[in-house]
Design a protein around this ligand. Sequence first.
Ligand SMILES: Nc1nc2c(ncn2[C@@H]2O[C@H](COP(=O)(O)OP(=O)(O)OP(=O)(O)O)[C@@H](O)[C@H]2O)c(=O)[nH]1
Ligand SMILES: [Mg+2]
Length: 698
Amino acid sequence: MRVYKTPEIRNVAVVGHGASGKTSLVDALAFVAGTSKRHGSVKDGTALTDYTPDEIERKYSINLAVAVAEWMDAKINLIDTPGYLDFTGDALAGVYAADAAVVVLAGTAGVEVGTEKVWDYCERRGLPRLLFVSLMDKEHANFERVFNQIKERLTPKVIPVEIPVGEGPEFHGIINLFSKKCHLYKKGTKTGEYDEVEVPAEYQARFERYSQELIESIAATDDTLLERYLGGEEIGRDEAIAAMKAGMGKGELFPLFCGAAELTWGTRALLTKIVELCPAPQERPPVEVQKWGSAEHVALKTDDKGPLVAQVFKTVSEPHVGDVTVFRIYSGWVRNGQDVWNAPREAAEKLNHLCVPVGKERLEIAELHAGDLGVVAKLRDTHTNDTLSTKDAPVVVPKIPFPDPVIAVAVEVKQRGEEDKLSTGLHKLHEEDPTFHHEFNAELGQTLIRGLGERHLEIVVGRLARKFGVHAQLAKPKVAYRETFRGKCEGQGKHKKQTGGRGQYGDCWIRIAPLPRGSGFQFVDEIVGGVIPRQYIPAVERGVIEAAHRGPVAGYPVVDFKVEVYDGSYHDVDSNEMSFKMAGILAFRNVSASCKPVLLEPIMEIGVSTPDEYQGAVMGDISSRRGQILGTEKEGRLTTIRALVPEAELDKYATTLHSLTHGRGTYRQKFHTYEQAPPEVAGKVTEARKQELEEAKA
Ligand SMILES: Nc1nc2c(ncn2[C@@H]2O[C@H](COP(=O)(O)OP(=O)(O)OP(=O)(O)O)[C@@H](O)[C@H]2O)c(=O)[nH]1
Ligand SMILES: [Mg+2]
């Protein structure tokens, strides 16, 4: 592959809902352009950008991957992104690394949750967009319906540039409203060839209606153009294209294309339009970078003459190679073997074997220019979202705002002794994939992993095994129960031991009383007349606190109670701190069982956002989880339901919500309070805990 200069580069994120045909489109574009020598297929596991073993096995994309189509003297970097929401972090990264997006929709399904999500990402980034309705050859494909859905749910500013001839199994051609020609395809077409004919008579009326709409939309984006159009002047193709590109840049126009990527139909026109309508890197707004070590920000245009600034937007680990780092150059240019500097990590890196990413292949290249995408292997300490610059001009690019995790699951090693390996592996995986988080919860004795969905976490566990040789399994996260008291009681704790020489003696009397929820623990010294010497009182308190780690109901920490120490005795020789601490422990154990101890369970406050039509189902489900609805709030087409739900009932809630709302519901949760668990719940928890403690002992 030759070296391309900045104005010859197009970085395009291919985004859309799962199974809308993105990977098939990317493969077809690279193949039709001639850059890729083989027409791959998702079904056969040969698609250019679905090459990891996980992807080949599952037949959907998990990682973003880049392919290249060289067309009309330009290099189109096609960033294929996964559609499933579990991997939406990569869709976001793709959008951030690109200068434009092709939003792919299935002709059979139209606008789906995933489409809305990526549309949102593109809005945030201000990306110009083309829309492509694929799978037009599939049964029940309906262009008009998809077009109307886009208008209604994504943007009223969508405008068809092409219309299909026939739909579903009858689909066999595309009318281009710019060229005013019709392209007819034949079954078995290999690289999108077509016969160019006049617009068929039966399509004439439709063609005129859409053409009119197209030219009016274009004219409406530019006052002088509009004036000329209204004055009856014809607007030429080149002028119309230039105006459309400008309109797209301002977010005022979103051209719509159609085809069947798997058959390569419609791909040539799309390649041409990507080159003509999508901005080259230097045509995009400058990027604001921060000078490392200062608060100063500077705006950098994408220009070879600027200082080198590149951002890593993806790390993949490849067998036999290790970590492979994919980056975008925002400013400056790089040579093969160049030294670069990762300022926040103080890591000097060398770009050895500088490459262009093309699916799983990496093509070595002598240099890459401003705005291009590149890939290198074996960097020492550079991870996703890091910036590479130079030692004399260290800067950082704002981080890609990866989404926060939505589910948490526990993970445990299958073989004892692998815990350290597990934690190293998890840490590395987080650096690779910032939507994946992990932490060890000491209280629960569990490692929790968080991610964007169950599928996401399953894949993480698979990677743990493949990459780090740690065999782990997912488990239900434990709930941090508490205990408290509902009654008052008092009693004694006495520790006395006579072992030959010096003995041990501590004796205290305590009163336990409940406190309001959230007050914690209070210790009151009511000793008069020095029946327990001053210096031993803190030891009694420490004993009580230690004993209260394991409550009388099920061995959970006790909270919200008061202990008064009001009497006791001591021995001149045998008393010491240790003995009084033991007395405190014993006193707590003796008295606590009689203070009407109860189990407390954590209650979460959740805010569930769902389209109105699923509100009933979501609320019904919340009630069945012992939830209490606090209220609802309408915001456009969404309703947010606020509710209190016991944490124990929220296991796998994300998955249920996903299916209840056809993927359109989202939720947030935060800790609200502890509340007394109902007796039947307390009974079950106590039973399970007993077993757990016994197993731990064994
Ligand atoms: N009939 C028909 N099927 C297609 C076409 N394009 C893709 N498919 C099939 O649709 C399915 C999904 O295609 P993909 O290209 O994997 O879709 P995707 O958008 O990359 O899916 P994710 O990676 O999961 O987001 C595959 O089984 C393809 O073979 C098409 O133009 N026509
Ligand atoms: Mg895909």
